[in-house]
Design a binder for this molecule. Sequence first.
Ligand code: ADP
Ligand code: MG
Length: 228
Amino acid sequence: MEKIRTHVENFDEVLNGGIPAGSVVLVAGTAGTMKSSFAYYVLYSNAKKKKSLYLSLEQDRGNLERQMSGFGMGDERVKIVERKDIGKGLEGIRAVTFMEMFSEYLKNLKNEVNYDILVIDSLPVLEIIAEMKKPRSELFKFFERLRTLNVTSFLITEMSQDSNTYGRYDEDFLADGIIHLKMEAIGDVKVQRRIRCVKMRSSKHSPDWYTLLFDDGKFQVAQVISEA
Ligand SMILES: Nc1ncnc2c1ncn2[C@@H]1O[C@H](COP(=O)(O)OP(=O)(O)O)[C@@H](O)[C@H]1O
Ligand SMILES: [Mg+2]
């Protein structure tokens, strides 16, 4: 089975080699946990061999590019599509629901760009734009369409501080994989970034929490040293 490596140091071992190609993976966490940066990093680190597409619905292209170059990961090979491009891309596509139109648009882009890895940043924003009448069945069909595209997709989802579900409409069981990022308070003062693979179908992964470090344009994970 082909695996897409995240290139986050030590994390591909946690995932037992990487993310099975073709998976639909949720990247979940509260604001500021580096979900966008993590997803972009996977595209950036695979850019030599894999074509990718980053659909940025929250930040415009310039803003995202500046953030990522600031992190030392500017790369023209990562194609960023911003919200206004999507509006243009949807013109002329006929379908009953927005999600069907959007699926068709992703297929057109696949034919045009032939991307292997897709990021949608974020799924909650897409869901707002879509104004879904029957969210559960529309999302079920959307996830199925993503799987037929033959791409590995990362769907970024926002969690609130005290929630333990990864999506609003059962996205957690529709997805093949879930990667959870969080901030963990250490005592009263310090906060550490953490990452964990909650679920990855057909992978013997570790379910543990790891410390997530970002330095000098590189992500790495390390085992949490427990105080017990
Ligand atoms: N130079 C830097 N090195 C490490 N982390 C940074 C740096 N600059 C900003 N950050 C962190 O990155 C966070 C934003 O990351 P981002 O991927 O946009 O998060 P999310 O998408 O989860 O909201 C900021 O809140 C900040 O904590
Ligand atoms: Mg973000």
